[in-house]
Design a protein around this ligand. Structure first.
Ligand code: PXL
Length: 289
C-alpha cells in the first residue's frame, strides 16, 4: 500500500441518513426575521431539510416594509418543477404568495403531490404593508384552502378570510369552524394579536378542538412569528407527528424563539433558532375547548 500523501483527498464519509424534505414556498425578507430565511432556519433547527421556492422579494427591515417585487409565474413554476423532479417533499409550507397568478401555480403543484401542505395565509407583514392583494385572496380561498392539511391564520387574517369578527374566544371558535368548512383538514387560529395575559391559539380538525395557552412574553422580537410557526408545523408533519402534536410543538418553538430572541435592529426583531424546544416553560398548556 502506498503511504497516504498529505494532500490526498480523504475517502468520502458515509452520507448521513436522508432527512425529510420540506418545501418552503414564500417571499424573502432581507432582515432574516420573516419569510423564507425564517422558514429555512426553523426547518434546519427542527431536523428537516428545507428547499426554498421564492415567490417574491421584499425590501424591509425590523422597522418597515419598503418595496415588493413579485416573481413571475414562470420562474415560480420552474422552481416547483425542478424540485418535483428531484426532491419530493414530505411536507410543504406555503407563506407569502403576492397575487392570484402565483396562488394558481402553487395550487397546480399541490395537485400533483400527496405530501401534507401547511399554509400561513400571509396578508400583511409584521412591520405593516400588504403581502397579498384582493384577487390573490379570492384565489387562495378558491384554489388553495381545499388542498391544505393545515391553515394557520392570525386573528386579522381569519377575519379577512371569513368576513367574521375575530376578537372574543367564541368568535375565534366560530371563525375557525368557518375556515375548516372552506376546505383545510385542520385550522390553527393564532391569538397572538388578541391581547391578554396569555397568547391563546385555537386548534380544530373537526374531531378534536383545543386551546394552546402560553404566557405572553413582553418582547419586540416577534418579526416573522407566523412564518416560523407554520414552518415548525410543517416540520412536525414531515417527521410524522399528527397535526395536533405538530401544532403544540410549533407553538413551543415560537415561544422559545421569542424568549431567546437576539436584540437586533430598532424595531420588531427576529426570533432565535437554537434547536428543538426542550424547556417545559416553552410548551403551551393544552385546554380542551
Ligand atoms: O410572517 C409573514 C411574512 C411572510 N413573508 C414575508 C414577510 C412576513 C412578515 O413580515 O415579511 C416576506
Amino acid at each position: 500500500m502506498p503511504r497516504a500523501t498529505p494532500n490526498a483527498p480523504r475517502p468520502p464519509r458515509r452520507a448521513a441518513s436522508a432527512p425529510p424534505i420540506v418545501w418552503a414556498i414564500a417571499g424573502t425578507d432581507p432582515s432574516g426575521g420573516a419569510g423564507i430565511a425564517a422558514d429555512l432556519k426553523t426547518l434546519q433547527a427542527l431536523g428537516v431539510y428545507g428547499a426554498p421556492v421564492v415567490t417574491a422579494v421584499t425590501a424591509q427591515n425590523t422597522r418597515a416594509l419598503r418595496e415588493i417585487e413579485r416573481c413571475s409565474e414562470r420562474i415560480v413554476r420552474a422552481q416547483l418543477r425542478a424540485l418535483a423532479e428531484d426532491l419530493p417533499p414530505a411536507a410543504v409550507k406555503i407563506g407569502m404568495l403576492g397575487g392570484a397568478a402565483i396562488v394558481r401555480v402553487v395550487a397546480e403543484a399541490l395537485a400533483e403531490l400527496t405530501a401534507p401542505a401547511v399554509c400561513d395565509p400571509v396578508l400583511a407583514a409584521t412591520v405593516g404593508g400588504a403581502l397579498l392583494d384582493a384577487p390573490g385572496r379570492a384565489a387562495l380561498v378558491e384554489l388553495l384552502l381545499p388542498r391544505l392539511a393545515a391553515l394557520t391564520p392570525n386573528a386579522p387574517e381569519a377575519a379577512a378570510l371569513t368576513g367574521l369578527p375575530v376578537e372574543t374566544p367564541e368568535e375565534v371558535r366560530r371563525a375557525a369552524d368557518r375556515l375548516l368548512a372552506m376546505g383545510p383538514r385542520a385550522v390553527v387560529l393564532k391569538g397572538g394579536h388578541l391581547g391578554g395575559r396569555e397568547s391563546r391559539d385555537y386548534f380544530t380538525d373537526g374531531r378534536e378542538s383545543f386551546w394552546m395557552a402560553s404566557p405572553r412574553l413582553a418582547s419586540r422580537n416577534t418579526h416573522g412569528t407566523g412564518c416560523v410557526f407554520s414552518s415548525a408545523l410543517a416540520a412536525g408533519l414531515a417527521l410524522g407527528r399528527t397535526p395536533a402534536e405538530a401544532a403544540l410543538w410549533a407553538k413551543a418553538y415560537v415561544h422559545q424563539g421569542i424568549r431567546r430572541g437576539p436584540a437586533l435592529g430598532g424595531g420588531r426583531g427576529p426570533l432565535a433558532h437554537p434547536g428543538p424546544p426542550r424547556a417545559a416553560r416553552d410548551f403551551p398548556r393544552r385546554e380542551t375547548a
